[in-house]
Design a protein around this ligand. Structure first.
Ligand SMILES: Nc1nc2c(ncn2[C@@H]2O[C@H](COP(=O)(O)OP(=O)(O)OP(=O)(O)O)[C@@H](O)[C@H]2O)c(=O)[nH]1
Ligand SMILES: [Mg+2]
Length: 338
């Protein structure tokens, strides 16, 4: 049963492939006169590079990216394996451009081909980083992160170890002891204590990155916030709501696809399909009398409206694609595979 969860819009114009501009909330301001600005440009070199955030599932990678950018770009939930793709978040100023890359957490024992593809994203971050941000959760066992830190021991670029969630520490001694442990494993790396959630010590990360960034070109327009378009973020918002609302395996069996995205001046019309693996999962997603999917539609619409900064009509449909997480063709179709 297909479910209608929203209203309708007129005068369609384009589809939601627009990049996400940073200018939605902040515009680049060049202080002083044109001459002053030209002078400043001549005096300073431009630094840029790719800063890849890596770490186990659930350590706070997406929370950190969002906190640094000041935008809800990557979805965050209490559940592990929330992030499935590499998501670039771009932080630009006159003299630098940092291209952050949020990645899925490394999965030790992949159970599906989809998870193998997610691990490939993680591995690809080892190839193109100018700086690594290695996020570890205070108190977590390094043995469980051996694959990551051994790869980082041989990294040819700077590695900054971020001990996250220090708001949970009993006392400073606990943090210091834990930092010593990582210092012995990655002796050449800088170690910073942070709380991504409480936005504690984020300036120290930013300053350290800027200091260590190589000289480089402007990779993306300075007013871009991400290389992914609005369509992608809309599917991510719906997936985030699925993770929040449904239990156990249900949200993990889901993939969201935009069927239609029509932009209008005051209101966008979006039609999306949720693919799941079994009929039983489909009926749980829809719920009794369509209650569950209505709730999902409302919570998704509210967040999409806040993200796009305008009203949205959202229609959600549910379809079954058996075993899609192990199906090469579907994985390619959903963009997990080349
Ligand atoms: N107490 C505390 N919780 C945090 C902190 N940073 C993140 N969290 C919480 O940790 C959980 C996981 O955060 P995410 O940002 O989704 O973690 P992730 O590493 O991106 O997870 P995956 O995408 O699944 O790999 C969420 O419930 C966050 O609120 C922190 O500094 N302190
Ligand atoms: Mg994440």
């Amino acid at each position: 049963m297909e479910q209608l969860v929203a209203r309708w819009a007129h005068n369609p114009k384009v589809t939601g492939s627009s990049p996400v501009p940073a200018t939605r909330k902040k515009t680049l301001k060049y202080s002083g006169s044109f001459y002053f600005y030209t002078f400043t440009l001549l005096m300073t070199t431009h630094k840029s590079g790719f800063v890849n955030i890596i770490g186990l599932p659930n350590v706070g990678k997406s929370t950190l990216l969002n906190a640094i950018l000041g935008e809800k770009l990557s979805i965050i939930t209490k559940k592990a394996q929330t992030t499935r793709h590499r998501i670039h978040g771009i932080l630009s100023d006159e003299n630098y451009q940092i291209v952050f890359s949020d990645t899925p957490g490394f999965i030790e024992k992949p159970a599906y081909k989809m998870q193998e593809e997610m691990n490939k994203y993680v591995k690809s971050t080892f190839e193109d980083a100018d700086i690594f941000l290695f996020l570890v959760e205070l108190g977590s066992n390094p043995e469980k992160q051996i694959e990551i830190y051994q790869a980082l021991q041989n990294a040819k670029v700077p590695v900054i170890v971020l001990i996250n969630k220090i708001d949970k520490a009993k006392d400073e001694e606990e943090i210091k002891k834990y930092a010593e442990l990582w210092n012995s494993l990655l002796p050449n790396s800088e170690i910073l204590y942070i709380s991504a959630l409480e936005k504690f010590n984020l300036d120290a990360i930013k300053n350290s990155i800027i200091e260590q960034l190589p000289e480089g070109p402007v990779y993306y327009d300075k007013d871009m916030l991400s290389d992914k378009n609005e369509r992608f973020f809309v599917t991510e918002i719906i997936r985030g709501k699925l993770l929040e609302q449904y239990k156990q395996e249900i949200p993990y069996s889901c993939q969201v696809e935009i069927d239609e995205f029509i932009e209008d001046e005051f209101l966008d019309k979006i039609r999306a399909t949720i693919y799941t693996e079994r009929d039983t999962q489909k009926s749980i997603i829809i719920g009794k009398g369509g209650d569950a999917i209505k709730k999902l539609g409302t919570s998704s619409r509210i967040e999409i409206e806040s993200f796009l900064g305008k009203k949205v009509y959202l229609e959600l449909f549910v379809k079954v694609k058996e075993n899609w997480r192990n199906d090469d063709m579907m994985l390619r179709h959903f963009g997990y595979k080349e």
